[in-house]
Design a binder for this molecule. Structure first.
Ligand code: DQA
Length: 148
C-alpha cells in the first residue's frame, strides 16, 4: 500500500524566519522547521512534502494538487491566515485532515490576528509553541490519518 503523505504548506514571509522579529518567531530558519517536520513524519512512517510561497495562488494550487493524493495538510499560512479566503475555500474542498500551525500565538497579539479563515476548515490549531509546533502538528496529522 502507498505510504500516506503529509503536505506542509508555508505562506508568505516565513522564508525570513531566523531574521524576522526573532523576539516573536525565534531564531530558527524555515529550513530548520521543515527538517523538524520531515523527521517527525519519517518517525510516523509517513511521506513528507513541503511547499512555500509568497503568493496566495500558489498555496491554492498546492491544495488543489493535494486532493486525492495527499493524506493530510499542515499549514502555516502566515498573514494569509487572517484574510486568505481562497485558501479557506480550497481547504474546504480537501477531504483529509487539516492542521493549522503558527509559531506565535495570534490570539495573544494584535486584534487583526485574532481572526483565522483557516480555523473553520481545520481539524485543530497548534499555536504559540515556536518550533516545537512543527513536531506537534505532524504528530496531530499522523494521529488524524490513523483515525480516518
Ligand atoms: C504566523 C502568525 C501570523 O499572524 C503572521 O502573519 C505570520 C506568522 C506564525 O507562525 O506565528 O507570518 O503564522
Amino acid at each position: 500500500m502507498a505510504v500516506p503523505i503529509v503536505l506542509l504548506i508555508s505562506g508568505p514571509n516565513l522564508t525570513l524566519l531566523g531574521e524576522r522579529q526573532p523576539e516573536i518567531y525565534g531564531t530558527l530558519t524555515l529550513a530548520d522547521h521543515v527538517e523538524t517536520a520531515r523527521q517527525a513524519a519519517v518517525e510516523h512512517g509517513l511521506g513528507f512534502e513541503h511547499l512555500q510561497s509568497e503568493a496566495e495562488s500558489d498555496l491554492v494550487r498546492a491544495i488543489h494538487d493535494a486532493r486525492g493524493r495527499v493524506a493530510a495538510i499542515v499549514i502555516n499560512a502566515g498573514a494569509l491566515t487572517h484574510y486568505g479566503w481562497s485558501i479557506h475555500d480550497a481547504l474546504a474542498a480537501f477531504a483529509g485532515p487539516v492542521v493549522e500551525l503558527h509559531l506565535s500565538n495570534p490570539e495573544a497579539r494584535e486584534p487583526w490576528r485574532r481572526q483565522s479563515v483557516i480555523a473553520p476548515v481545520a481539524d485543530g490549531t497548534i499555536a504559540g509553541f515556536g518550533g516545537l509546533g512543527y513536531r506537534l502538528a505532524i504528530d496531530a496529522a499522523a494521529d488524524l490519518i490513523q483515525g480516518s
